[in-house]
Write a protein that binds this ligand. Structure first.
Ligand code: HEM
Length: 311
């Protein structure tokens, strides 16, 4: 996937560079990105609003009379139309590939389509649900990570200087070169910057679990079967028992061998266990490729300081 990721990252960086000098732009990529972004941002906002108003989900008939419900139905219809289009395009490519001898790289959607075609291990609705889940789970989280990384780099010029020095060392021979998978692997400090960003600002700051088979004793409480448990990764990531100076942006803590062992569940930006994020490698790579591409062209600054960021 790295060539594709790098291409996207370069597009992002070129877009920002263009915006920075006010040149005329081809609007299409911005429109396409903005449509998807607005759609998914609205879906997330609806889920958040419902989450905070339990009487709405406890009382279905009441909810169906609200403007929020109508908004949800409209947003879902648009999201479904978008994912149907994605599925239809890929199905068409698969048919063309089967007819000719084109050797397209298999992507995750191919496996899902194959599971739908071969006698229905997945129904059409399930296929669409999977695509919607991948889109909404992958899009906002990765975009948020990239934005927070750029914000923190703008707030901490020393870290940005270190990172630029690493990028120069890796790409110094040819600043225009498209990054390869090997290049991204060599960017250890960038890796640490992204991991430290995910520690301070995990895009999914709460993980949900349910007590499934037997009651659970934890912290002096007994949780009955069926209880919902919200795990606050945000708080764990800022706990002084697990991280020195937890309120400081310090990528070095991930770059250097750790002074003391960390609890295996103290750092869980992608969750843990059987439900751990399936897109974590992709998300990390995309974030690395995007931040590298931006910093190879631009210097970022922020007028915000740490005190302006409230948890
Ligand atoms: C930096 C980027 C990302 C972060 C921080 C992130 C974080 C998370 C977290 C915290 C969970 C819940 C894990 C748990 O309950 O233990 C999760 C689940 C999931 N993520 Fe990600 N994610 C990212 C990128 C992606 C991408 C790029 C995709 C897909 C392309 C993706 C797809 C999913 C899916 C499908 C699940 C549900 C897995 C399941 O319940 O079995 N994520 N992610």
């Amino acid at each position: 996937m790295v060539p594709e990721l790098s291409r996207q990252a370069e597009q992002l960086s070129a877009k920002l560079a263009d915006l920075a000098d006010g040149a005329t732009l081809d609007v299409f990529p911005y429109v396409a990105a903005a449509v998807l972004e607005t759609l998914l941002a609205r879906s997330v906002a609806i889920v958040e609003e419902k989450f905070c108003k339990p009487w709405l989900w406890a009382c279905g008939w009441l909810y169906r009379r609200t403007a929020l419900y109508r908004d949800e139905a409209r947003t879902l219809a648009e999201l479904n139309a978008f994912s149907q289009e994605v599925i239809a395009q890929r199905a068409c490519r698969r048919q063309e590939a089967a007819a000719g001898d084109s050797r397209d790289k298999q992507v995750v959607l191919d496996y899902l389509l194959a599971a739908t075609e071969s006698g229905g291990r997945l129904s059409e609705t399930e296929l669409q649900d999977e695509v919607n889940t991948l889109l909404s789970a992958g899009y906002e989280t990765t975009a948020t990570t990239i934005c927070f990384a750029l914000l923190l780099l703008g707030m901490y010029p020393r870290v940005q200087d270190n990172l630029v020095a690493e990028l120069d060392a890796v790409f110094g021979d040819d600043p225009q070169r498209t990054p390869t998978a090997a290049d991204l692997r060599r960017l250890h400090y960038l890796d640490a910057v992204i991991k430290e960003t995910l520690r301070l600002f995990p895009p999914a700051p709460i993980i949900h679990r349910e007590v499934e088979t037997s009651e659970l004793k934890i912290g002096g409480c007994t949780l009955p079967v069926g209880a919902s448990v919200l795990v606050l990764s945000y708080s764990a990531h800022r706990h002084p028992d697990h991280f020195d100076s937890p309120q400081h942006f310090c990528p070095e803590r991930f770059a250097e061998p750790r002074a003391r062992p960390r609890h295996p569940y103290a750092y869980v930006p992608f969750g843990a266990g059987p439900r751990i994020c399936v897109g974590r490698a992709y998300g990390l790579l995309l974030a690395k490729a995007a931040v590298a591409a931006v910093l190879r062209r631009l210097r970022v600054e922020s007028r915000l300081s740490w005190q302006d960021l409230r948890g």
